[in-house]
Design a protein around this ligand. Structure first.
Ligand code: PEP
Ligand code: MG
Length: 320
């Protein structure tokens, strides 16, 4: 099996009926690049930049960030590279950022909320990204967007920094896509509205499941509610994909679900454009997708979304 997968390393990802989809990797540091290329990643669907901020005593400087982002963009040689802006808070803390303790950190000041609260810190990251953009195919993604207003504010800061750099004669790519993670139910529900303003969506199922099911993703006691195949989740995913396509935009998925053997056929049927997963899962997923027909799975999606429980969905997909 491993030998069969290895043959697929330099192949495109194409279904049995000839439809191409993109398989990307999730990374945490520039060191992860080798794994992406060794496993035939066609893109980076999620670069979690918070690791640049963690395990140290001070904020990373603009130059340090510029170096890290440039290294990743250069290493990808023009392949799509989605960089997520700082997603700190929740389970991830910074020793040098003395934030008040919160009763519900996962519902608190995290990710884009924190970045909008601390615009100087955010602007530094945005400048580093804009400057690095000339080294590859950069797409910028904001995490934990709950309202259109948050997206507009974040994008306005990005545009301000871009204008400043350009007025200083600093080169910035003119083709940077700006998108959002869909990981909060309000945003999935409002996807049609967001789709008019964003360039792309990437569904973060790790959090989307947690917030939809109201079940802490770290709490073993409620892990039975962590149900990627629950029709409630699948219907939200469909809402997001359909809304993006209606506006000519694309939707990826960068939560664990994107690399899941049961989920992959369903996501293909729903029309997901990009699957981003840990690099080690890419070749297996490419092999699976080559044996699936998109037309066939699209025809089965209505039935799947009409099923009542997560277990029914799982049993049905296994029976195919
Ligand atoms: C997600 O929420 O699905 C996601 C990809 O982001 P993280 O796991 O970093 O919260
Ligand atoms: Mg998340």
């Amino acid at each position: 099996q491993k030998a069969e997968w290895a043959k697929l390393k330099n192949e495109a990802t194409v279904t049995k009926d000839g439809v191409a989809v993109e398989l990307g990797a999730n990374i945490g540091t520039p060191k992860d690049l080798t794994g992406v290329l060794d496993n035939g990643g066609e893109a980076i669907g999620l670069y979690r930049t918070e690791f640049l901020y963690m395990g140290r005593d001070t904020f990373p400087t603009e130059e340090e960030q510029f170096d890290a982002y440039s290294a990743v963009l250069k290493g990808m040689e023009g392949k799509p590279t989605v960089v997520r802006t700082l997603d700190i808070g929740g389970d991830k803390e910074l020793s040098y950022l003395d934030l008040p303790k919160e009763l519900n950190p996962f519902l608190g000041l995290r990710a884009i909320r924190l970045c909008l609260e601390m615009p100087d810190m955010f602007r530094t990251q945005l400048r580093a990204l804009l400057r690095a953009s000339v080294h590859g195919n950069l797409k910028i993604m904001f995490p934990m967007i709950a309202t259109l207003d948050e997206f507009r504010q974040a994008k306005a800061l990005l545009k301000e920094e871009q204008a400043k750099l350009e007025s200083q004669g600093v080169a910035v790519s003119d083709s940077i896509e700006v998108g959002i993670m869909v990981e909060i139910p309000s945003t999935a529900v409002m996807a049609d509205t967001f789709a008019k303003e964003v360039d792309f969506f990437s569904i973060g199922t790790n959090d989307l499941i947690q917030y939809t099911m109201a079940a802490d993703r770290m709490n073993e006691k409620v892990s039975y509610l962590y149900q990627p195949y629950n029709p409630a989740i699948l219907r939200l995913v469909k809402t997001v994909i359909d809304a993006s396509h209606k506006e000519g935009k694309w939707t990826g998925m960068c939560g664990e679900m994107a690399g899941d053997e049961i989920a992959i056929p369903i996501l293909l049927g729903l029309g997901l454009d990009e699957f981003s997963m840990s690099a080690s899962s890419i070749l297996k997923a490419r092999s699976q997708l080559s044996r699936l027909s998109k037309a066939d799975m699209s025809a089965k999606v209505e039935h799947i979304l009409g099923l009542a429980t997560s277990q029914e969905v799982e049993d049905y997909v296994k029976s195919l």
